[in-house]
Write a protein that binds this ligand. Sequence first.
Ligand code: HEM
Length: 466
Amino acid sequence: MTTQPPGDTDDDGRFDSATERSSGTADRHPNAQPLPPGPDGYPIVGNTLEFVRDPFGFYDELEEYGDVVRYRVAGRTFAALFAPASVERVLVGEPKRFERFLFSDLGLDFAPEGLLFTDGAQWRTQRRAMQPAFTIDRIRSYADAMVDEAERTAESWRDGQPVALNRDFSDLTLRILSKALFDVDADPDAEDEPITRAARVINERGDSRRLSTFLPTWLPTPANRRFRRAMAAYRDRVDELIARRRADPDGDDLLSILLRTDDLSETEIRDNLITFTFAGHETTSLGLTYTCMLLAEHDDVAETLRRELETVLDGERPRFEHVPQLEYTERVLNEAMRLYPPAYVLFRRATEDAVVGGYRIPEGTVLSLPQFHLHTDERFYDDPEAFRPERWSEDRDRPEYAYFPFGGGPRHCIGMRFATLEMKLVLATLVRRFDLRLLSDPDPELAVGATLQPDEDVRVRVRRRS
Ligand code: HEM
């Protein structure tokens, strides 16, 4: 993730970057620029069918047209950006002109007053109020709970047992979040756990392989009804937890911290807790799932990782203080999130006419920033499909925004440090104790949901190390 200040951008020579940079000349006359090239598609539905059939292949086709490519899906005009400089310009350089777009008309605005969905002054006030809760000094207090929960998972794994990583990590990250957010021991196995159920329907609602995803939420389809029911139960559960904490407000959990700030309304607090549960749960679980899947296939990497853990931990239980020394662990995670970025495409909407990469972007166009594509572009990565954590220690000149698993600019992931700490501690706890053998496909089919889910379980056999 970058912390680079808003930068001047150069769109890889496609356009006179000095013109684009001067933030005036080009944009004063966007009409003078051509529209981006792109596939024609069918009348009315545009490229929707191609997209629904094979979203990943669809992006491969788009790339053939250049670094800025126009297409239409579900009645909306999109432009995909394949150049890091354009990604940087949109996320970092002019965040006001390109606002977050999250398909709220598809009913995914499950927490309208939370950080993900608010804009302008409301978003700024919230971000400022919540930022202190996510500093490294604050989140270090969650490190022990992260390791406790990872140890619970380790104890549940029997020698020789097959394990569905995505399921076990989904349970684990939900338990860790519930502890950090509410100081509650959530039981993801409980049939009536509203948090798990809501997380599942949100993902289902964003699954672009289902044509139902493109239907409006007011239609009484079974999926829509399921979605609304699950979300109502979820809100009730969070309200109940807020009421409980108000009666006993001295805790160290995130809810207690939010209740102590004066800048947030009751609804904003509730919607942000829902936002964190959603934004921090499957994302982190997927980061761990794909990392362990790749480790299970790459013995050399797993061995190097284990050697680092032996040296740094020296037989102790992992602690916050060990984390800065886990440099190879960090490279392994970076490399796994390069190949399998959990939040694999970001969207922005142009609030006014603009020029990006030399092309006219009319107001209302939705820009798609496909991480998964830029992360494997051979212009920036040698042997881009290979899992090679060492690449992160090599001196390679690559544009900053050829890699952005946590986004960038003012709206970058607020939970980045939390997630990184969590993933490192979980890996340190588990990889030390177990060998993993992959049982499922090493090149899994991916489902295009709200996050980058595997189509089928990612399964390994776990062997306890003495
Ligand atoms: C590996 C784990 C994670 C990944 C890959 C990830 C990725 C991202 C990305 C890419 C964005 C930016 C979206 C955009 O610009 O449109 C984002 C935003 C966000 N993330 Fe994360 N995230 C992770 C974990 C977490 C955790 C643990 C939390 C909370 C506890 C969290 C909370 C949020 C929130 C609230 C936002 C919206 C921030 C804003 O708009 O101000 N994320 N995340």
